[in-house]
Design a protein around this ligand. Structure first.
Ligand code: RUB
Length: 326
């Protein structure tokens, strides 16, 4: 609960926010889906008796969710879509509008991923090998659609330090019967010789076509370009960052250093001084791949060269999106 009783945030919102922050819920599309679900839970459980109090609660819930992870734009985009549609003269009407927009947002999200997958699958030929980085449900939907089209696909899966989300990718691909070779991140260049595509997702795509994704994506893309392997980014349009149209930059999340180095390891390196001022660990979660290293951005609206996503962004978002939870 927030302190101000006119802005009660229900436990489901607090729990979702905590799960997003701790990465129990992770991956841009999954975060967006959970955030819309949490707003619906807030609307359903609200005990507000006045429309203004109901709206204040929804905005407080959106703020709570917004503050959890800064890089994936799908989170604020999900909050925008749901709050934009909040309308009505009574609490019941407002509630109904939020429940309906959250439901249709989540449905569209799943549908967009399926459509994107079918488009991405057209780039994959029978017998192709893809190299993956991290765990992206958008990227995996392309593989799934290719399998559904009867193509054989195999994968070289990068472990993806520090949290090893590559293991989730490997598990999913094995469930679908895809042969997987798991490699440490440092082995990527060696294995690029054996692959036909680098296939990754995105957390945010900027107006100039830069792709923000899990740390290590940009190095992989540079190596892939050097080896002549095409780089395909699978990203629904909720990954387009409308703020970059008006000069905002994408904030890169820095996570806790214990994800990189356990306390005992740190102690060993610093000779037992936990606060050694001469020793630092940094843990940026994402990096930026410039558009010149990306061959195609595959969305539910088709595939685009990175430099042209700006047109799509203007069409879908206009130029002034605002923050309806403020
Ligand atoms: C996940 C990550 C994924 C994108 C796309 O990072 O970088 O590639 O979020 O995922 P984290 P999806 O594990 O830090 O959330 O395609 O599922 O939206």
């Amino acid at each position: 609960m927030t302190e101000d009783s006119s802005e009660r945030v229900v436990a489901a919102v607090d729990d979702t926010a905590a799960d997003i922050a701790s990465m129990e819920i992770r991956g841009a599309a999954t975060i967006a889906d959970a955030a819309a679900g949490a707003l619906a839970a807030q609307a359903a459980a609200s005990s507000a008796s006045e429309p203004a109090a109901f709206e204040a609660e929804l905005k407080a819930a959106a703020r709570r969710l917004y503050e959890t992870r800064p890089t994936a734009v799908s989170l604020p985009n999900a909050l925008r879509f749901v709050l934009w549609d909040m309308e009505g003269e009574t609490v019941d009407a407002l509630r109904e509008s939020v429940l309906e927009s959250a439901r249709s947002f989540r449905e569209d999200l799943a549908d967009a991923q399926d459509r994107l997958g079918r488009i991405g699958a057209n780039r994959l030929r029978d017998g192709d090998v893809v190299m993956t980085h991290c765990h992206s449900t958008d990227a995996l939907s392309c593989v799934k659609a290719a399998l559904d089209q009867g193509k054989d696909v195999s994968a070289v899966v990068k472990e993806t330090r520090p949290r090893k989300q590559g293991h989730i990718t490997a598990e999913q691909l094995r469930e679908w019967g895809v042969p997987v070779t798991l490699v440490v991140d440092n082995a990527a260049r060696r294995y690029l010789e054996d692959v036909d595509h680098v296939l990754v997702g995105a957390d945010s795509i900027a107006a100039d076509g830069s792709v923000v994704n899990k740390i290590g994506t940009s190095g992989l893309a540079v190596n892939a370009r050097d080896r002549g392997v095409p780089i395909m980014v699978a990203a629904q349009t909720i990954k387009l960052h409308p703020g970059t149209l008006t000069g905002h930059t994408v904030e890169i999340e820095n996570r806790d250093e214990t994800e990189v180095l356990a306390d005992a390891e740190r102690e060993r390196i610093t000779g037992g001084d936990p606060d050694d001022p001469e020793f630092a660990v940094e843990n940026p979660a994402f990096d930026v791949t410039p558009p010149r290293y990306v061959d195609a951005i595959v969305t539910e609206h088709g595939q685009f060269p990175p430099e042209s996503v700006v047109t799509l962004m203007r069409e879908l978002f206009g130029t002034d999106v605002g923050q309806p939870w403020e």
